[in-house]
Design a protein around this ligand. Sequence first.
Ligand SMILES: [Zn+2]
Length: 319
Amino acid sequence: MATMDALILSSPEKPRQLEIVTVPIPEIKEDQVLIKGHEIVGVISQIGAAVHGFSVGDRCVADNTILCEACFYCRRGQHVLCENFESLGVTMAGGFAGYVAIQSKKVYKIKNLTDEEATLVEPASCAIHGLDKLNPAVGVEALIFGAGPTGIILAQLLKLNGASKVVIAANKGIKTQIARQLEAGDEYIELDRNDPSSQWNRMKEEYKHGFDVVIEATGSEMVANRALDFVRRGGSLMVYGVYSNSDLVHWSPAKIFQDEIKIIGSFAQTHCFPRAVAYLDSGKIKVKGMVTDVFSIKDFDKALEKMKSKSACKVALKP
Ligand SMILES: [Zn+2]
């Protein structure tokens, strides 16, 4: 039996504990293809009998979401809210293995992206869902907190979808540098990681009327608390970071009421891969250089350390 190394969660109760296991290469069902690669980017190596439109050797990315199609929300067509939402490689073993068997309806061909660049299709899909929810009007002025892969992609999406100005405010470092290289925003503000109060004060003076759209994409409780201050009357705040469950915000309901502010949450995505592939593979959304580090899955502990070190933009894993 052919085997492969796979990175899996040690137990569902300990989301941050991972281990490498040797498992059989999966056998495909008739509607599946077998992809050899990593982070569900790779080359098709086997095709099920009922699959059309793919050939062995096609380079592709796969949508890792698994929806139950049977819960309260799925039955209402609100798939992103599925009560049994699973992601290959996140809530179950999958993407971080040498081979993955996946339904061909979840698979999209890529032509121009490198394998590393193609790992950004998934975050881009989530960003597209975010923009769908935000539904920005023509000519909006936007402020994005955070210059991780998500912030950089959201900034470019906003520019491509009618924003007249996109300001990126993020900690000084490699992520902001990459955002500048890719011309993701129109203006950049470098925040002091420990005490950004002087930059915040300057921003309040410089952008007196705030922004139509503010996106909190840092996952920092402190920034989430402050972000509402930069929303213009009638504007929207999108909460887009990954936060600890214990984080809390202390916002003025009077401001939300008087200024008619809309607060929007956005989490994950479904059915956004086709648009993400189109934007990235065409080069309209630039992702070159965003993968700063590639590690073997055997070195996943080093990869996690690198992510925590704040000296990486996107870390990719390879079998
Ligand atoms: Zn469901």
